[in-house]
Design a binder for this molecule. Sequence first.
Ligand SMILES: [Zn+2]
Ligand SMILES: [Zn+2]
Length: 375
Amino acid sequence: MPGFEPTVTDDTPAPPSAPLPESESRDFRCGECSATMTWDPDAGALACAFCGGTEAVDSGERVIVEYALDDVGSAARGLGLEMRASRCDNCGATVAFDEAATAQLCVFCGSSSVLEQEARRNAIRPESLVPLDVGRADVEKAFRKWTRGLWFRPNALKRLERFDAVGVYLPFWTFDCGVRSDWTAQAGYHYWESETYWEDGKMKSRQVQKTRWEFAAGARDDAFDDLLVLASTGVDAGLVARLGGFNTNGLVAYRPEYLAGWAAEEYRVDLQEAWGQGQERVVAIQEGRCSGDVPGDTQRVLLVRNRIRDVRWKHVLLPLWSLTYELGGETYPVLVNGQNGRVVGKAPVSWVKILLLVLVIAALIAGGVRVSRYA
Ligand SMILES: [Zn+2]
Ligand SMILES: [Zn+2]
């Protein structure tokens, strides 16, 4: 693909549409007392921790732009506010922190081998984000409920005192595209035939299912909107998948205000690699759709040829809370969806509890058998 090269040097001219060039990095000061303000998920506004003053964030003034695949140069750069970054030696995640926040431990894996470094200034700026909407108190409540719901987990987990979740924006790429899929296949139609056979010296007949194969072909047009590809290396992709969908209707134009006081992971999967993954998903989805279009009762040798067009991309941030807890020398990650509060996490299994349950079930079955025998 000519001209498709996500690494761009700093001398790329800023497009006229970019509202906040990288040079305008700033922090947010309270109008009342000039203390630093941070984004408050509960208030849905910037809030001052010192005097309690709040300030609305203007979310409606800018259109969210989706870029053509060969147009990387016109995307704005940097996050638009002063941030430090820490890179984790263990999981490889680089997380940018607002000056107001701290990072002694990796927010994703809990490792203490984090090195402070410059936030990447020429990284593509997020085009939009879903503002962090679930506050710390609600996250803790959801987490406690989650631990209570773990049937087979050790009691130590339920007693877990420490709660040090970090609100962090996770990097994603989204893709829109159109796709035309032409397919051919052999469609199978079942029918029944009677068949005679010999049994005990007598001729008998029975019905046997056969399949008639016919050539079939078709075409379909589909559109993809906001296909999300995770650009993080810090989180467990399986956990993120279990977090369930983020509602991309909640996306607003990016403003650095939403990151004030919070962390944001820098993308590690670049645009080209992400589109590779996006394309694989499009191809797999189209194959399933075409398979559904093949007539008949069964099918074989489905061949699909996809022509993908009008690819548009944008870089987005989606909010979550990340925490880790330690148990028996192991660290386990837990994620909370920052849009709807859903909790997913890894937890150790308590073999003692499982063994007890198995014994109880065995006893019940044995008891049940005895009861039915005498019934
Ligand atoms: Zn104030
Ligand atoms: Zn880490």
